[in-house]
Ligand binder design. Sequence first.
Ligand SMILES: Cc1cc2nc3c(=O)[nH]c(=O)nc-3n(C[C@H](O)[C@H](O)[C@H](O)COP(=O)(O)OP(=O)(O)OC[C@H]3O[C@@H](n4cnc5c(N)ncnc54)[C@H](O)[C@@H]3O)c2cc1C
Length: 406
Amino acid sequence: MDFEDTAEEAAYRAKVREWINANKASIRAEDHSSRAEAVTAAKAWQALKYEAGYVGITWPKAVGGQGGTAMQQIIFNQEEAKVNAPTGLYAIGLGMCIPTVFSHGLSPDIAARYVPVAMKGEEVWCQLFSEPAAGSDLAGIRTRAEPDGDEWVINGQKVWTSGAHLSDFGIVVTRTDPSVPKHKGLTMFIVDMKAPGVEVRPIKQMSGGSEFNEVFFTDVRVKDTHRLGAVGEGWKVSLTTLMHERLAVGGKPASAPGVQEMIELAKAIDLEEGNALEQSHVRNQIAEAYINDRGIALTRMRTISALSSGRTPGPESSISKIVVANTMQDMGAFASDLCESAGLISGENLPHLARFQGSYIGSAGLRIAGGTDEILRNIIAERVLGLPSDIRPDKDIPFSEATRLS
Ligand SMILES: Cc1cc2nc3c(=O)[nH]c(=O)nc-3n(C[C@H](O)[C@H](O)[C@H](O)COP(=O)(O)OP(=O)(O)OC[C@H]3O[C@@H](n4cnc5c(N)ncnc54)[C@H](O)[C@@H]3O)c2cc1C
């Protein structure tokens, strides 16, 4: 494993740093204080990046991308994370939806209509996959699309759709043929989130925010030109999105506190037996977090090293995601415990604690989104350890029969 940038990577990093240093003054901490301000700030930063050629770094030049390498994208992300740039609004759209659109859109007109506008940040996208009865088992979705002339009519419900309330468009996976096994009767479309019949209902989270939604479709009409991939090939198309999702979800969010913050917090707390940092149970917990943190960093370096030398990374990102989310949750719980009853308070005068609380609450979602802990363990068991595969009794029977059984 090679920890150093190659000469080209170092040159690219220097160029990126120079650009970020020249533009970072436009990122202000107060931009994150309210939802409206956060959206405005994210749009402004996205427009700057687009102008400078730092959007779609790995995408083909034919769709407006830079035709660059995965390493260049990683380097840009690493440098951008250091200045806490507001990128969340586009993580799903540009990270997952648009690559699906330009990889599977039926005509060049579709790419020309949607890709550049999304790259500039003028339109926001969401991913309409999960449903009340289909999450880990995505192929079990029930939202129907039925043909009607050169259009399709969509009816059904999605749930946990991040950012749907802020989105202009989405990619939706639907069932177009229930008479074949569940993976075979799916078809994907681009849907206009402002179309008649689309209703977005925000879900209130325990953090106080409402970042994801239920989305209801009632006789929503979509033109056949907005189909992604062939009819019945929606599973294959959705794998493009999910592959990008696995790469996008899993790293420690920039806002999550790390080991250093845990040390600072312990230093600032006096327990009955003395300063918290001097106590063995606190030191053990910090050591544990440090070991996990280093393990995550080195596993990530293994992925980066594979990309840098032109190899495809293995399923180690599944291992990282499990460890990242669980470490965040353990650290957040420990920090809150350490503060006793004050662990329940968050306020401007307790910045460390507020970040640990946020991280504790947010990590529950991270353990589910982009593959739950159990599903990732299944992947590791099957693809890394070569253990027998999970039991899938409904795999080869028509979906309509499988749902009657359930
Ligand atoms: C923060 C967040 C953001 C999200 N954003 C989006 C979004 O933008 N768009 C979208 O479409 N979806 C989104 N989701 C939904 C997410 O993809 C699903 O929640 C996830 O796939 C799990 O599905 P589920 O909630 O239906 O749980 P289920 O699949 O019903 O799982 C319930 C429990 O059963 C376990 N389980 C299920 N199958 C197995 C198995 N075979 N073996 C062992 N255990 C199993 C799971 O691990 C889990 O503990 C988001 C979720 C979160 C938390």
